[in-house]
Design a protein around this ligand. Structure first.
Ligand code: MF3
Ligand code: CO
Ligand code: CO
Length: 257
């Protein structure tokens, strides 16, 4: 019984470090900095706190975190040439490893005055993730998660990216099951105590189609519409769930005050 508690404790340590990294980055986001500078800050913070950045050298990725700007859906590669400008919105995705366990989380950041339309997309994306998390407990089906997200954002005229999904996570970065962010109630595998996975909806203002740039990583919306994403790592308990990647500063979605 509850033989997963030790795993949960270790994942919480990794998850807390990933969340603290985003908390630290929050205070440093401003117009004029490069996404590579954010990468350096993240790399150093994780290292100085006893962890490793999981993305670094992962399948040929050569940066410590992902920075996905505006119409970039996910896996944006930090670059000295990508400078944050007024009106931009940026997803920063951090995955930390401590004691062989992984914590994976991302948040959106607004630079200066982001458009009302983009703010609405960001709010809908965050709310859809939290709605999906709120129903987690043993006995529900994986399709119930996707249904919560899809129904929430489509009501507002937004679309759910199909080409990327959430994933099991624990002592490896990506493991089964895939957590789709769209789906039908009552379908798919059953959620059980001890399961640990991410929920990380990518939501587009336009169509859900994506394409990957020649760098082999950067995924963008095919129609160049704006995209938003948030991510938490969660564990399923006997009667509910635990979020491993909550902010110690209660940062949820922008504005972070
Ligand atoms: N952190 C991403 C996720 O949520 C994965 C990034 S893989 C990388 O699953 F190599 F691009 F960093
Ligand atoms: Co993830
Ligand atoms: Co991630």
């Amino acid at each position: 019984m509850n033989d997963y508690l030790e795993k949960f404790e270790k994942m919480k340590v990794a998850g807390n470090l990933a969340a603290k990294t985003l908390d630290m980055i929050t205070g440093n986001i401003k117009e004029g900095i490069s996404t590579d500078y954010i990468d350096k800050l993240g790399y150093e913070f994780i290292r100085d706190n006893g962890g490793y950045s999981a993305p670094l050298y992962y399948r040929g990725f050569n940066k410590s975190l992902c920075t996905s700007l505006n119409h970039v859906v996910c896996h944006g590669i930090p670059s000295e040439n990508k400078i944050l400008e007024d009106g931009d919105a940026l997803n920063v995705d951090v995955t930390a490893i401590i004691d062989n366990h992984y914590g994976d989380t991302s948040r959106m950041f607004c630079i200066g005055e982001t458009s009302v339309k983009y703010k609405n997309l960001i709010n809908a994306t965050y709310d859809s993730m939290m709605k999906a998390i709120s129903i987690l407990k043993p006995g529900i089906k994986i399709g119930d998660i996707g249904f919560e997200i899809q129904s929430h954002v489509e009501k507002k005229g937004f679309s759910v990216v199909r080409d990327f999904c959430g994933h099991g996570i624990g002592t490896s970065f990506h493991e089964p099951p895939n957590i789709l962010h769209y789906g039908k109630k009552g379908t798919g595998i059953e959620i059980k105590p001890g399961m640990t996975f991410t929920i990380e909806p990518m939501i587009n203002a336009g169509k859900f189609d994506t394409k990957t740039l020649n760098d082999g990583w950067t995924a963008v919306t095919k129609d160049k519409s704006l995209s938003a994403q948030f991510e938490h790592t969660v564990g399923i308990t006997e009667n509910g769930y635990e979020i491993f990647t909550e902010s110690a500063k209660s940062y949820t979605k922008p504005p972070y005050l």
